[in-house]
Design a protein. Structure first.
Length: 127
């Protein structure tokens, strides 16, 4: 029975090569899209799951509109952590994180180098 399917597919390919290519190409594109969507969903569902209370961790973002320009960032002012803890009873702990830029580390005697990012943490509850 499988042999008959192969024969029918081969005859269809010989008779109408363009439509056979179009169907195969469409199937490949659809399968690739499905795989990418499922990988994206998997990544979003497993983000920060290494923490025991991952469902209770939040990050504050800012949307700034100034002078006709709009910018979005994951930075807030420094006193925000203390204000959140004092004003909202639902907030249990806060941690401030500041990215200080990248740096290049070199070991001259070994000839190796490493590019990394320097960060500053206050209230290291995540370590």
């Amino acid at each position: 029975m499988f042999k008959n399917y192969i024969k029918i597919a081969w005859r269809s390919l010989k008779r109408q090569p363009f439509f056979a290519f179009l169907n195969t190409f469409g199937l490949a594109i659809g399968m690739a899209r499905g795989l990418l969507i499922s990988l994206y969903i998997y990544d979003e569902m497993n983000f920060d799951t290494m923490f025991p209370d991952a469902d209770r961790i939040y990050r504050i973002n800012t949307d700034i509109k100034f002078g006709g320009t709009e910018s979005k960032s994951a930075q807030v002012s420094a006193p925000m952590a203390a204000a959140m803890e004092s004003d909202f009873s639902q907030v249990e702990l806060t941690t401030r994180f500041r990215n200080l830029g990248s740096m290049l580390l070199r070991k001259e005697q070994y000839g190796s180098q490493h590019k990394g990012t320097k960060c500053n943490l206050c209230g290291c509850y995540f370590l």
